[in-house]
Design a protein around this ligand. Structure first.
Ligand SMILES: Cc1cc2nc3c(=O)[nH]c(=O)nc-3n(C[C@H](O)[C@H](O)[C@H](O)COP(=O)(O)OP(=O)(O)OC[C@H]3O[C@@H](n4cnc5c(N)ncnc54)[C@H](O)[C@@H]3O)c2cc1C
Length: 201
């Protein structure tokens, strides 16, 4: 696939992240976290190997409810655990990475966001940042499944290759992405119809 893209004049990259997706687009082998044939979660791959470090504590079942402030400075976080509200003070900094939906939600719960929006929910304002929670763009995937003549053995990480490009050259970054994979990606609706035996394993 990469050779075909290169032949068509599309630049190829070592990594789909970074320059390729933040620039004009191109094609690359897809990133996937795989060990012994199994996909790994980010936690399993990057955090679990260091769980015995004395300076790392992982708390599960501990949803963060809001940032704690001293004046306008973030001083720590508040979270709930076993029915109790806890507060942890940060000695250096707080890094929020709760995903695309929960990160802005928590900022808004912490009085940071669009003033009118917060007022509507009865949340007092610490910082008027109108961009918080805006411009979330959902995207859909259209899988096309091709049946192989013969069953294929697993040859790679099943993430294969991906290409990104722009539907309009005036866009800053690509808005279209294609994948080629050796296993069928199916919606719950499509999965009800058993894919053909030779569709991939
Ligand atoms: C089906 C699927 C397949 C994907 N495949 C790939 C792939 O092959 N390659 C690739 O590069 N990317 C892939 N992605 C995208 C990739 O998973 C995301 O870009 C990445 O996980 C985003 O990381 P994140 O840390 O920002 O957020 P997330 O991974 O969403 O992590 C946020 C974490 O915060 C926790 N959280 C939320 N709210 C709270 C709270 N109040 N208190 C405490 N914790 C909270 C959540 O439980 C979650 O664990 C895939 C995504 C999906 C959905």
């Amino acid at each position: 696939m990469l050779k075909a893209f290169a032949a068509a004049g599309v630049p190829t990259f070592d990594d789909q992240n970074g320059v390729m997706m933040e620039g004009d687009g191109g094609a690359a082998i897809s990133n996937a976290c795989v060990r012994d044939g199994q996909r790994q979660s980010v936690f399993r791959a990057y955090v679990y190997p260091y769980m015995d470090r004395p300076n790392l504590t992982v708390l599960t079942q501990a949803p963060v409810t809001r940032l704690a402030f001293e004046g306008k400075e973030t001083a720590g976080v508040e979270f709930q655990r076993e029915g109790k509200l806890h507060r942890i003070r940060a000695t250096r900094e707080v890094v929020l990475s709760l995903g695309a939906i929960h990160t802005p939600k928590l900022l808004m719960q912490s009085c940071i966001g669009d003033e009118a929006e917060l007022r509507r929910a009865g949340i007092p304002l610490i910082e008027h940042l109108p961009g918080v929670g805006r411009n979330f763009q959902d995207h859909f995937m259209s899988p096309c499944v091709w049946e192989a003549r013969e069953p294929t053995e697993r040859r790679n990480d099943l993430a294969e290759a991906t290409a990104m490009w722009k539907s309009d050259a005036a866009l800053n970054t690509p808005d279209l992405q294609s994948f080629m994979v050796e296993a069928p990606y199916a919606s719950p609706q499509a999965a009800k119809v058993a894919p053909p035996r030779t569709a991939g394993r």
